[in-house]
Ligand binder design. Structure first.
Ligand code: ADP
Ligand code: MG
Length: 269
């Protein structure tokens, strides 16, 4: 969701997000004081949904950039493009957010190329400026501009961590999979499956999460639990839905998968 909401209806239309702590208050306080925010946590635990929700509640336009290993500073800032024999400058999403006072959300920021973090530094100190080297322009961030980034510290890749000099420019908030008291209502709401049928799925998810670091690199995400529940709500047999949404996505190893299926049998009989 791109949260293109600049009206007062924003708050009412905000995408559903169930707070699990004081994250909404923290984000609001940061936004009111022009502080950049870093969301840390495993994939599929609600970070992107949280940002979409907060942007709508704060009535800010949201520019979301899914970072990948080919994403460069120009992709964020902008570039000269040839249009009908003329070269014109076209702002990238970061530049647009800086000009418009919007939220720019860099999803999985560590995936981006190194030159990207350099661009972020002058925006995350009190100058709040974005130098456009190519045009010679230096843009001062419009009030309301907020930089939000997310990353998954769990991946065992030393090359892909944030440098302290970058990390220490952000207010950091740690996210994790919601505890059952929160995950059950979230899955019920997102899938339409009734609570009694969601409960054992969440129990299974937590058993699978306990295996993280042993047989599995990552535990099952809330997103995958929602997929399983959605398939079941659509009439798929429970075991098939679990296999497709909660087992196969975790491993390609036949032995590991057999071990995981034993957990399913233990819970569902
Ligand atoms: N606290 C929550 N409130 C509402 N939905 C949630 C919550 N936590 C997780 N979700 C659900 O989990 C899904 C995956 O979350 P997402 O924000 O895409 O994860 P991330 O960005 O952390 O990878 C969302 O689409 C949403 O349905
Ligand atoms: Mg995300």
């Amino acid at each position: 969701m791109d949260g293109n909401l600049n009206t007062l209806e924003g708050a009412a239309n905000a995408p559903f997000y169930l707070p699990t702590g004081d994250e909404c208050e923290m984000f609001t306080a940061a936004s009111q004081n022009n502080l950049p925010v870093l969301l840390k946590g495993p994939t599929g635990c609600g970070k992107t949904r949280f940002v979409a929700h907060m942007a709508a509640k704060l009535n800010r336009k949201l520019y979301t950039v899914a970072c990948h290993d080919d994403l460069s500073a120009s992709d964020l800032i902008g570039r000269y493009l040839l249009k009908g024999g003329e070269t014109i400058w076209v702002d990238g999403p970061l530049t647009r957010a800086v000009r418009e006072g919007a939220i720019c959300y860099l999803d999985e920021v560590v995936e981006a190329r190194k030159d990207v973090t350099v661009v972020l530094h002058p925006l995350t100190d009190d100058r709040r400026i974005l130098p456009l080297d190519r045009t010679g322009e230096e843009i001062e961030a419009t009030d309301g501009f907020m930089l939000v980034a997310s990353y998954n510290p769990g991946y065992q890749n030393i090359l892909k961590t944030l440098k302290p000099s970058t990390r220490q420019r952000f207010v950091s908030m740690e996210f994790d999979f919601p505890t059952p008291a929160f995950e059950i209502p979230v899955v019920v709401r997102e899938s339409g499956l009734d609570e009694e049928r969601v409960k054992p799925l969440v129990r299974l998810a937590n058993k699978l999460r306990d295996l993280k670091g042993q047989d599995l690199e990552e535990g099952v995400s809330t997103r995958l639990v929602i997929y399983a529940a959605t398939l079941i709500a659509q009439g798929m047999p429970v075991e098939r839905a679990i296999l497709a949404a909660m087992i196969e996505p975790l491993s390609d190893d036949a032995d590991v998968k057999r071990g995981l299926l034993d957990l399913v049998t233990a819970i569902f009989g």
